[in-house]
Design a protein around this ligand. Structure first.
Ligand code: B16
Ligand code: MG
Length: 223
């Protein structure tokens, strides 16, 4: 594994939902349930636009789909409701729900001396890592509680790089969301997209899963 690993990569930043664990499906279920209350039908395609996007920004996107205008207070209530449903699903999750190859890759990178941070827009990230019992595999955690702008803004990845005391050009980001790929590229980091090339085509490398992952760093170097 990783025999092509370029010396310039010193740190790895992992998105959480959809990269380490399949909580993306729980976000989708909870948003779909909330959207249905407004007779808004949330499709898989619509959901791609919500991945990596903060809770409030996601709610704004959904309400705009149905031309629904609400006060800030009403929106906060709805966001809390969605989060309560999301947490119900997440609390039933087991360590078996870690995505294929994710834990193995975290361990292999650590063995190579690569520093590791989480770079997630989720305010629930620490709880999820704790439930999965993999918190100890991270040197740093950058999550939704630390940012003012959500992906595609690069803020979360800059925070992660700072926590690891590594320059952006020496970081690789693993992402499953279009917004996350855009954020990584804006940060000047090498980006591996996990999922379908149709939506993640801007990433330097796209893989279906992290199983047996190998870098192809010779493709394009980060700026
Ligand atoms: P929360 P990631 C993102 O996490 C999810 O992809 C996105 O669907 C969610 O709205 C966002 O976190 C906020 O999550 O409501 O738990 O704070 O993909 O950046 O790890
Ligand atoms: Mg994600």
């Amino acid at each position: 594994m990783m025999n092509m690993l370029n010396q310039s990569i010193q740190a790895a930043i992992f998105d959480l939902d959809g990269v380490i664990v399949d909580t993306a499906k729980y976000h989708y279920l909870a948003w779909k349930r909330l959207a249905a209350e407004f007779n808004i039908k949330l499709t898989h395609e619509d959901n791609e636009k919500l991945k990596g996007v903060s809770r409030m920004d996601s709610l704004d996107i959904i309400l705009a789909m149905g031309n629904v205008a609400l006060s800030q207070q009403e929106k906060e209530k709805l966001a809390d409701k969605k989060n309560a449903w999301f947490m119900e699903y997440v609390n039933q999750m087991s360590p078996n729900e870690i995505l294929p190859g994710a834990k193995e890759l975290l361990i292999a990178l650590r063995e190579k001396g690569i520093k590791i941070s989480l770079g997630s827009s989720s305010k629930n990230a620490k709880t999820v890592l704790r439930l999965l019992n993999i918190e100890h595999l991270f040197d740093a955690i950058a999550d939704g509680t630390m940012i003012t702008k959500s992906k595609p803004d690069p803020e979360i990845f800059f925070i992660a790089a700072d926590l690891l005391q590594t320059k952006p050009a020496h970081c690789v980001v693993f992402e499953d969301a279009e917004a996350g790929v855009d954020a990584a590229l804006s940060a000047g980091m090498f980006c591996v997209g996990i999922g379908a090339p149709t939506s993640l085509y801007k990433a330097h490398q796209v893989v279906a899963t992290l199983e047996n992952f190998e870098f192809k760093l010779n493709a394009v170097q980060p700026a």
